[in-house]
Design a protein around this ligand. Structure first.
Ligand code: FES
Length: 103
């Protein structure tokens, strides 16, 4: 069974924003896409830049700030080069004001 851990508060992640959080010893990029929160591994699969801190979000597309690879934040799938490997995605649920992710 998934172990849900509190990552941040709903108000910490307004729609259209993205940030990196440390949860359970992992760096996770969390994004709010039109009111729905998603979580993927923060480390770009190309050359390990931080997606949440150095990247940009537009809709569901995260662009890595280092070399421009894009990922779908809703599922971690790589969308464009130079990255060729997906990043992990994590289940998210909201309980009250808390955003929890399953690690
Ligand atoms: S480190 Fe992300 S595209 Fe190169």
């Amino acid at each position: 069974m998934a172990n849900y851990i509190k990552a941040l508060l709903v108000d910490d992640l307004p729609p259209g924003s993205m940030k990196t959080v440390r949860v359970g010893g992992k760096s996770i990029a969390m994004a709010n896409v039109d009111g729905e929160v998603f979580a993927i591994d923060d480390t770009c699969s190309h050359a390990e830049c931080s997606l949440g801190s150095e990247g940009f979000i537009d809709g569901n597309v995260v662009t890595c700030g280092c070399h421009g690879a894009t990922f779908d934040v809703t599922n971690g799938k790589v969308m464009s080069m130079p990255a060729v490997t997906d990043v992990a995605s994590y289940s998210v649920k909201i309980v009250g004001q808390d955003v929890l992710i399953a690690l």
